[in-house]
Write a protein of this length. Structure first.
Length: 131
């Protein structure tokens, strides 16, 4: 299994756990994961010399959590969040690709996945509002 998909699945499990808590707790946890990821991914990049090393998956965890934030707690929405997040994470539509290339260290590693999570979330929030 590809590391990005594995990290996204870990993120999905965390989403299932966090959906049992109030939204503000979920949001705080996402912020903590993002901050930890920024720091840790930067350290891995610095020590390995490789931008977005394959062992870094905390960015996918954070992105997956963002893609599912505030959605109805329904399996269909969670599955759609997973698949849309993976598509956007792979395709990296603007500005995700720009963020990854232009922001150094852990910031660029994390922010392209944040963008992918936001794209997926916005689409699914729109669908949830109209269904």
């Amino acid at each position: 299994m590809a590391p990005g998909t594995a990290g996204s699945l870990v993120g999905l499990v965390i989403v299932l756990i966090l959906n049992r808590f109030p939204p503000h707790f979920y949001f705080i946890f996402v912020i903590l994961i993002f901050g930890l990821g920024w720091y840790a991914a930067g350290k891995v990049e610095q020590s390995s010399g490789i931008k977005d090393h394959p062992t870094i998956v905390i960015d996918e965890i954070a992105g997956m959590m963002i893609s599912a934030f505030g959605l109805p707690h329904h399996a269909g929405y969670l599955a759609a969040a997973f698949f849309l997040f993976r598509i956007f994470d792979i395709l990296k539509p603007f500005p995700a690709d720009w963020l990854e290339r232009k922001i150094p260290g852990g910031g660029g590693i994390m922010l392209d996945d944040v963008a992918a999570g936001i794209y997926a979330n916005l689409i699914l929030q729109g669908i949830a509002r109209f269904l």
